[in-house]
Design a protein around this ligand. Sequence first.
Ligand code: UDX
Length: 451
Amino acid sequence: MNVSVVGSGYVGTTIAACFADLGHDVRAIDVDEEVVATLNQGEAPIYEPGLEDLLEAQAGDRLQATTDYAAVRETDLTFLALPTPTDAEGRIDLSVMESGAERLGEALAAKEGEHLVVVKSTVIPGTTGEVIGPILEAGSGTDLGEDIEIAMNPEFLREGTAVPDFLNSQKIVFGTRREDQDGEASGEVGPTHEDRSDRGWALDRLHEVYEPLLASGQTPVVETGLREAEMIKYANNAFLASKVSLINELGNICKVYSVDAYEVADAIGLDDRIGAKFLRSGVGWGGSCFLKDVAALIAAARDRGYEPELLEAAAGVNDRQPERLLELLDEHVECENERIAVLGLAFKPDTDDVRNSRAIEVIEGLQTRGAQVVAYDPVATDSMREHFPDIEYVDSAASALEGASGAVVVTDWDEFEALDAEFDAMGSPVVVDGRRVIARREGLVYEGLTW
Ligand code: UDX
């Protein structure tokens, strides 16, 4: 198929490269000329394992990047993968999506034949049908259900494993218009029929573009309405974020009762109603999605008069974990004017992304205490420099520990597991481990955050 992807961020670049790898001809469209040039050189504008290999193989061949929206006219469907950031009140900010949809609609005005627009970005229920749809209709001069149709196809990929996550999806969700909820849908868009000829061309086209991933019959496809598809993404992230906050809350209780939260988690994870994954307690969750999506869902619930207490508590527990880590450090080190090592800056391993990383709160807390912060991360130093230009950055964990009065571990990079003799370069070695990666031993004052 001919596929276009508007937006070349984490999600857009990954899906553009993966769809090209699956055999489609892909146009990646982005307003940023530098990003477009990078992609056309076969390089990744972001750090993501495996992505550069795909881009190198496909750029100039099945993948071409451009700043020109007219490229969508050569394609059968367009994925909208533009950012949906949070505004000052935590609400979703749709301005980038709206202007992208406007330009897309205008470009489609001159297209012959059917075109499907698929919202990939995370958006509040109702957005695809009631905001993006009408903008496309206005721009293209075509009513939905005629030559233009919309769909919602949320993305569940994780940073660091985005490529294998996409190629081995645990589920694929197709949301299409239903007559009862998204305005005057034209006839046969209900996704209930097994028979392809009956399910409408929007759903047919979605099946077709994902065909290489569906051929094995192993990947469940969820066919649902637009609003349900939109909500599934929020529910997925809210559930995972709350799961970590719950194990963190239980972990905090474990700690005050001298109980090892990891032993508890291993046991409760054996209950398949709970599941063993996402039970690693520690300094909390960061990244581009969890904080933004939980905040947007809270704001959206309040807008409709519902107070989502559990989600607010999940966000509250997460906000407090960095300070709990520092309070444990306070028990051993008077931080003022002391050199304190921060090990790990990325919000999780295998990424250079520091968005909402707990390291930001940890560094702020250390600065409030008057500490001299010395930070190390294998790949995220440059990104963190934008937040904290004035702290000291070093190029190894050993250098960070040298002469430090205390150390905190914020990211579970594998290389920290090997740290041992390096702690002896500290005055009197003290480490507070926020991710359970450091081996305990004689001569090292060790505090685990929840164990
Ligand atoms: C997440 C979702 O997993 C993904 O489906 C969605 O599309 C985007 O948001 P991502 O932000 O890349 O993906 O990271 P993820 O691996 O889910 O980790 C999120 C945060 O939770 C990290 O800061 C991680 O350290 C933390 N976490 C995760 C824990 O603290 N404990 C755990 O047990 C698991």
